[in-house]
Design a protein around this ligand. Structure first.
Ligand code: ZN
Ligand code: ZN
Length: 134
């Protein structure tokens, strides 16, 4: 079971899993949305994902050209999860919001072509210049 919440605690979410993938995304959109060099993301099935509390979403288009909503707490602004329309069967949880972030074990780094040198990770991940082939 993956559970998490925002900074102020007004929004909680949970997923029974399984984790479909665990990556660090370094695309420019993730950098801007987070103010960081990349976003740790765990994908889970949307059908069993639930959340409660006051959520707002930004609806910028993703790499696919389709809207890639990012959901955040309307009280504290904490980014929590995404629901990219390019992959409607999944939710992308931002792993820093997990109650147990040590349960997140990334395997791949995405969009390394857009990653600033200061955001290179100590962990040895499989690197992809953009998205991996699916
Ligand atoms: Zn909050
Ligand atoms: Zn990204």
């Amino acid at each position: 079971m993956l559970t998490g919440r925002c900074l102020c605690g007004a929004v909680q979410y949970q997923s029974p899993g399984p984790a479909l993938f665990s990556v660090i995304c370094h695309c420019r959109d993730c950098q801007r949305a987070s103010g960081s060099g990349g976003v740790p993301v765990v994908g889970v099935p949307k059908a069993s994902f639930t959340h409660a509390g006051p959520v707002k979403q930004s609806r910028a288009r993703g790499i696919s050209g389709l809207p890639a909503p990012r959901h955040f707490c309307s009280e504290c602004g904490c980014l929590l999860f995404g629901t990219p329309e390019s992959a409607p069967e999944m939710v992308t949880i931002y792993a820093g919001s997990l109650d147990d972030p040590t349960s997140f074990s990334p395997t791949d780094a995405l969009f390394t072509s857009q990653r600033p040198s200061w955001a290179k990770l100590a962990a040895q991940l499989v690197e992809h210049a953009a998205l991996p082939e699916r």
